[in-house]
Design a protein around this ligand. Sequence first.
Ligand SMILES: [Zn+2]
Ligand SMILES: [Zn+2]
Length: 378
Amino acid sequence: MVGPLGESDRDRRQRRGQRGLAFESRVERQRVRRAVDPPPEVPRAQAEAREETRHHRRVSRGGRAEHAAEEPEPRGLVKERREPRGEDQKRDQRERGRVAVPHGAGKVANEPVASNAPAVSYLGWLIGLSAGFALAERVRPARAEQPAARPELANDLAYLAFNGHLYALLTASVAGALVAFTRGLLFGFGWSPGAGVLAGRGFAVQFAVALVVCDLGQWCVHNLLHRVPWLWQLHKVHHSARNMDWAVNFRFHWAELIVYRSLLFVPVLWLGGDPGPLIAVAVFGTFWGHLNHANLDVDLGRLGYLMNSPRMHLWHHDASDEGGRHGKNFGIVLSVWDWLFRTAYWPRDRVPERLGYPGDDEMPRDLPRQLVFPLTRR
Ligand SMILES: [Zn+2]
Ligand SMILES: [Zn+2]
């Protein structure tokens, strides 16, 4: 049979066969070439150098190291970076030391150091933990008569959004400048915090030491909030809650953040260390703060002498001055400070008759006026 251009079937089959052979031999040649001469791979040292350069670029961008913590890096590289590398390593650790814990972790997690740390990753934890506690309270509430949509819940959620996240966004650049200024001031007085005492330690050690040191610092600041009259006016906002659930954790005047962070700035600078463990401390602090305020009946047994709990913190919110004119149970994550310093008060056979503080009728019940309230007092 002859085709339209006069090509016979035999000719066409032969031509197709030749094309097929040509294709196969081309593929084969490429395969052989790859085996003999593999595509150039980036040598490990070069890859590390590039990664290191990228990291330094991130760090030096406006003196911010936050993205270093935000972007997970390959395990190998993280491990390599922990090994001493002379001046580069020290500079790197000093830069990392600038970043403490993220803003927005609230007064409980407490991040006294102004930083521009990874608000996004912290926000994820904040949303996840909040949803988890909201669900747990619905499943096994300690006070079943307390409605889910209790009065002032919307108020407290607004506090959560502002103190837990928006405050960090609004103050990031100011906070960064203040950190740089304070470091410069300390350096001027001849004290260079360097990389901090936690530099080069493992994650678990950094986490444990930072948790204990920060928690003791917060216990001290919390005492001041109750004992210094003008600070108490600020702190009244937190104590004006009449119902208790996880959302009360972030119900506090934003100026408290300034008080906590200012007073704990130097201890955290002294600690230094990597951002990761400090962020973990902030997240753990938020978890425990939510737990302390949650409408959950959690019995920690003997662990209650070490860790705070919803039952013990409920007495901190007792409206009466029973157990201490200036308050009781100032612990945040750890209760051990209250037992050690004799500020613990916990009648285990009953719960407080009323939550609030003596004379709490003075406190407006909406957020805008609550924020103005401390300014109207002396
Ligand atoms: Zn208090
Ligand atoms: Zn509280």
